[in-house]
Design a protein. Structure first.
Length: 85
């Protein structure tokens, strides 16, 4: 199998960040509605935990890619964002 197809197959088996985040938002909205049974709420909670981990992993991978690209281009280190309110 060509490299492009392998890479595409690997990424298609894991949900992307945007889809995971959207599903997580939908789960939270459903849980906050108060219309779910306890069992449904627990299922939503468990799924939410899995989605949170997927999102965290995606963000960590993206940050690592940015660091590598910046190092390769000779750009300075990443600086933490500080919100000035």
């Amino acid at each position: 199998m060509p490299a492009k197809k392998k890479a595409k197959a690997a990424t298609s088996s894991t949900p992307d960040f945007e889809k995971s985040l959207k599903e997580l938002e939908d789960l939270v909205e459903a849980m906050e509605s108060g219309k779910l049974t306890l069992e449904e709420s627990m299922e939503h909670f468990e799924r939410g935990i899995r989605l949170t981990r997927i999102c965290q992993q995606s963000l960590a991978q993206a940050e690592q890619k940015v660091k590598v690209l910046m190092e390769q281009s000779g750009t300075d280190k990443l600086v933490d964002f500080k919100n000035e309110d």
